[in-house]
Design a protein around this ligand. Sequence first.
Ligand code: GLU
Length: 283
Amino acid sequence: MNQTYRGRIAPSPTGFLHLGHARTFWVAQERARANGGVLILRNEDLDSTRFKMEFVTEMFEDLRWFGFEWSEGPDCGGEFAPYNQSERMEFYRAALEKLRAGNFIYPCTCSRKDIQAAVAAPHAENDAEPIYPGTCRQNRKSEIANRKFSWRFRVPDGETISFTDGNCGEQKFVAGKDFGDFIVWRGDDVPAYQLACAVDDAAMQITEVVRGADLLVSTARQILLYRALGLTPPDFFHCALMLDAKGERLAKRHDALSLRELRRQGATPESLRQSFFAQISSK
Ligand code: GLU
């Protein structure tokens, strides 16, 4: 491969970073280094309902303390700026327009509650999204009038989406069975993670996406977005999730394992890095 490796870390400032994030990001940094590449920091700050400015400041502080170094990011700029998603709306709008023009999406007026009520089908492990029952598939924009709606991607039912993951090997997910029609633009006029992430990874010319294994199914969704948008997907490397002592995956609610708290208790980045693969089990 003569293309420069471009990796990224893409935290969302919706809570304190915990050890699980640090481990995944560390793998991303190590892989960028081992491949003589660059690491990009993208601030995924689109979700203003959960986002707090203090989390952004603290996120940068925690990342630097831990030993992360990036060569492109909101603080240092770079060729593909801006690196705050909140400043990249024009990219997402252009992609939405393209999906609309290609008839890949439809306006959906279902609430989360409507969907939960209509859904009984099981869905892929590790992915909390219920399979959308297709209620609004035939909707036309003109019929929606003044109702609040989101834009939903119509998945090709029955098609197997496969990819080779750099860490987890061969992956196969069946559209309509393992995951259903998914939201690309929310009812509150915010681009959804799937769209923003795929658009940015392509625009920032990321060659390998390193992230948690909970996002394997999302990768299948994003591969469909790449295809619909005429973009080439990057390579993928999904890391095992970190589990706590009870075997539950770490989440931002695990304050005890936030980098902040660990640091306050006297942990050093070196000691935490050593503990990554030793003390806490992973799957
Ligand atoms: N902001 C997302 C998260 O924190 C990034 C996921 C990804 O790396 O694609 O979960």
